[in-house]
Design a protein around this ligand. Structure first.
Ligand SMILES: Nc1nc2c(ncn2[C@@H]2O[C@H](COP(=O)(O)OP(=O)(O)O)[C@@H](O)[C@H]2O)c(=O)[nH]1
Ligand SMILES: [Mg+2]
Length: 468
């Protein structure tokens, strides 16, 4: 049994895992990494030509996997495979690596993996291959995180941003800030050699400028979080309103598919219905809810309770009303408490005439539609896009994640204190300020993994899947 993934993870074992997703597919890939990778391949692989350990790096060969303890002739083969060999340090982990490409499906890959474990490999923990790539210095922590961002990317834009980060653009920005901050710390420490009155005024001014520039760059990195958060997590868009106004019709229109049941009967949608949609490269969770009314039925009441809870936590609220009818008091109350930034009033059924107008909610964006006929859907998409605040033409670039933002914010707090100290005439300020900068440096080091501890790595790699 694999040990629980924790502080004691052994980095010298040879590890193995299925690296492809389960399910019916053409091939499955099983990866082995570590000192014994080639010896293990020798023990389980029968193919033409030399044994795997004698083969040159970066080559592949056709053959068969068989149980390790049986001789080649009497062993029942487990699968027909292609074997790829990589030699340290030219591999994903910088260790010796072999990869078996077997047949896809539920069974074959699992049997090959079992054979490799019997031959001496240990089952890899989630993210352990990438953890080794980090520990061997091939990639930094930002790049390791980008691997998972790329795997999880739900839109092209998210993927482009992840690849940027994987190629090191964010690492370069952080390294640059880090190096400049070290220079500030060094200069500040050099001033300690001067007596308080001898300190040249120009030096302090330069130091302050350098520090301000570093802080400005960190602020700029923090500003990329919003977009990064949207690309990674997506935005939640909740459709709400009275029964029968066309909420489910709206869900279907945005999806371009008949997903939700649409009927003329009020109270059809009772549970929360969720679908994924990508709009201008941003993944959206689109949620249809039960119509809001005073319901007698328990099931409907629960649906309405759930609807309210979704509405409060949404990034964007699409408040649907029947524009051919006068707005009811409860409707007006429901909509007027929404904040203008995250709310769009969808005035539906305009084909039946109009009683409500844009002037009813002067502070809110209002889109007039006839969703049954697809009228106004494009305007609505545009309005949602505008609300989310990311334009389609914006270049995709690497963006910081929540983990990075929290760290940078702490470092910025520290540096703001330094600025205040530098502006004051307190005794010994340089010693204290230099100490604070060192703290900020240590914090920033955790973004790229320049400084790390086991718990930090566990936090990062726990998000990974097995086999990566
Ligand atoms: N005339 C007209 N009827 C619509 C329009 N949109 C939806 N409907 C009809 O209104 C009824 C209720 O729609 P539905 O989407 O189920 O409403 P929900 O209860 O808010 O989810 C259905 O019979 C729809 O066909 C529209 O734009 N015009
Ligand atoms: Mg409905």
């Amino acid at each position: 049994m694999a040990a629980l993934f924790c502080r004691t993870v052994n980095t010298t074992d040879t590890i193995a895992a299925i690296t492809t997703a389960p399910g019916e597919a053409g091939i499955a890939v099983i990866r082995v990494s570590g000192k014994e990778a080639l010896a293990i391949a020798d023990a389980v692989f029968r193919g033409s030509g030399e044994a795997p350990s004698a083969r040159s790096a970066n080559t592949f060969v056709h053959g068969y996997v068989h149980p390790p303890k049986q001789s080649e002739s009497d062993a029942a083969d487990i699968d027909e495979v292609i074997l790829l060999t990589y030699r340290a340090p030219h591999s994903y982990t910088r260790e010796d690596v072999v990869e078996f490409q077997g047949h896809g499906g539920a069974t074959s890959a699992r049997r090959i993996l079992r054979t490799l474990l019997d031959a001496g490999a240990r089952l890899a923990e989630p993210g352990e291959f990438t953890r080794r790539a980090f520990l061997s210095g091939r990639i930094d922590l930002l790049q390791a995180e980008a691997v998972m961002d790329l795997i999880r990317a739900r839109s092209d834009r998210a993927a482009v941003a992840a690849v940027e980060q994987l190629e090191g653009s964010l690492s370069r920005s952080f390294t640059d800030v880090y190096d400049r901050l070290i220079a500030v710390a060094a200069d500040l420490e050099a001033t300690l050699d001067f007596g308080e009155d001898e300190l040249p005024a120009a030096t302090m001014a330069t130091l302050r400028n350098q520090l301000d520039a570093v802080k400005a760059d960190l602020e700029e990195l923090v500003a990329t979080w919003d977009e990064g958060h949207l690309l990674r997590e997506g935005a939640t868009v909740v459709i709400s309103g009275r029964p029968n106004v066309g909420k489910s019709t709206l869900l279907n229109a945005l999806l371009g598919a008949d997903r939700a049941i649409v009927t003329h009967q009020p109270g059809t949608t009772r549970d929360v219905l969720e679908e994924q949609l990508v709009l201008d490269g941003i993944p959206l969770r689109l949620i249809d809810t039960a119509g809001l009314r005073n319901a007698d039925c328990d099931i409907e009441q629960e649906g309405i309770r759930r609807a309210h809870s979704q509405i409060t936590s949404a990034d964007i609220n699409l408040c649907v009303i029947d524009g051919s009818e006068t707005i009811s008091d409860s409707e007006r109350k429901h909509i007027s408490v929404r904040d203008a930034e995250g709310c769009i009033v969808v005035m539906n059924k305009c084909d039946l005439g109009r009683r409500a107008t844009d002037a009813d909610f002067p502070e809110l964006t209002t889109i007039t539609c006839s969703l049954r006929d697809g009228v106004g859907v494009e305007e609505l998409r545009q309005a949602i896009s505008d609300k989310i605040g990311v334009t389609q033409s914006a270049p995709s670039h690497a963006t910081i994640s929540e983990r990075h933002r929290l760290i940078v914010q702490c470092a910025l707090n520290e540096l703001n204190d330094v600025s205040r100290l530098l502006a004051s005439d307190q005794d010994e300020f340089a010693v204290v300020a230099a100490g604070m900068i060192r703290t900020a440096l240590e914090q920033l080091g955790e973004v790229t993994g320049r400084t790390y501890h086991a718990e930090l790595l566990d936090n990062v790699f726990d998000r990974f899947c097995v086999g990566k």
